[in-house]
Design a binder for this molecule. Structure first.
Ligand code: FE2
Ligand code: FE2
Length: 277
């Protein structure tokens, strides 16, 4: 079986709509991206919001695809590294336990999505989680996925749990609460292994913490298009470097992003000129 599988080779059937980082940079106006990211960027999710049902469905779909990628990432970490040399056996055991948890979360999230009235592929699948699980250093994977992304997932699960509670939906409330308990252990696995493996390697620890910070920032910027866009490109590039992308791939994606940014700037200038006339 192949080691270090790239994000493009993830197994998905025709129901899914994947958005890779390259797609995102090439076409930030894609309606699917807008739909799936709207709920993340807008205000806190409460049942009182006029778009509450739609936002909750989009968020649940995001959780569902995140669970699939978390399962794939943890599984790959068991397989990609030599036991005892590149990754301790106990670390792999933890990743196997995590894969088991994530498989359960995939099933729960799928049933909840169904319960909420949405279908697979109704929203775009952002593949950033799996990309963070592609680093060639297991410690970076644990920092980027377990500490950064699953740390953020704790907030998402808490929001969904509260949403279920306020909306009077015990299924949603209890399912989220149970998954939340597992995610806390996944974050702890990340912290424990980071501390243990880099105990006498401050450089490696520094790099892992840098990766964690980059993943946090990447996720917060998401598909937002603002003044900070140019710096978000730099962050995205560093993310790809640390996640194990080759320089050629990185240049290609950066070119696409820059091209899209220039197009948008030209459109903006045209609009401004039209408004001034
Ligand atoms: Fe999970
Ligand atoms: Fe998890």
């Amino acid at each position: 079986m192949k080691k270090f599988m790239p994000v493009e080779e993830l197994a998905r059937d025709e129901r899914f709509n994947q958005i890779t980082q390259a797609d995102r940079m090439a076409d930030g106006r894609n309606a699917l991206i807008a739909d799936s990211e709207k709920s993340r960027r807008s205000n806190r999710l409460t049942p009182a919001r006029p778009d509450a049902s739609e936002a909750a469905r989009a968020l649940m779909h995001g959780i569902f695809v995140g669970e699939i990628q978390a399962l794939e990432g943890a599984g790959r970490t068991c397989w990609d590294f030599t036991t005892g040399e590149e990754a301790p056996f106990e670390l792999k055991l933890d990743m196997a336990r995590q894969a088991w948890d994530e498989a359960r979360h995939v099933e729960i999230s799928l049933k909840l999505s169904d319960w909420m009235g949405s279908e697979i592929g109704q929203y775009a699948e952002n593949t950033v989680l799996f990309q963070a699980a592609c680093s060639n250093d297991p410690v970076l994977r644990l920092a980027g996925v377990n500490r950064a992304l699953e740390g953020l997932a704790i907030d998402v699960f808490t929001t969904m749990k509260e949403f279920g509670e306020i909306a009077g939906d015990p299924y949603l409330e209890f399912c989220e609460d149970w998954m939340l308990a597992d995610e806390v252990t996944h974050v702890k696995m990340g912290s424990d292994w980071l501390r243990k493996i880099t105990e006498n390697d401050p450089e490696r620890r520094k790099k892992a913490l840098e990766f964690q910070g980059i993943v946090d920032k990447m996720f917060s910027y998401g598909g937002s298009r603002s003044d900070s866009e140019e710096s978000s490109f730099a962050i995205a590039r560093r993310f790809r470097e640390l996640a194990g992308f080759t320089e050629d791939e990185n240049d290609h994606i950066a070119d696409l992003g820059m091209q899209a940014l220039n197009e948008r700037k030209a459109q903006l200038r045209e609009k401004q000129a039209a408004a001034a006339n």
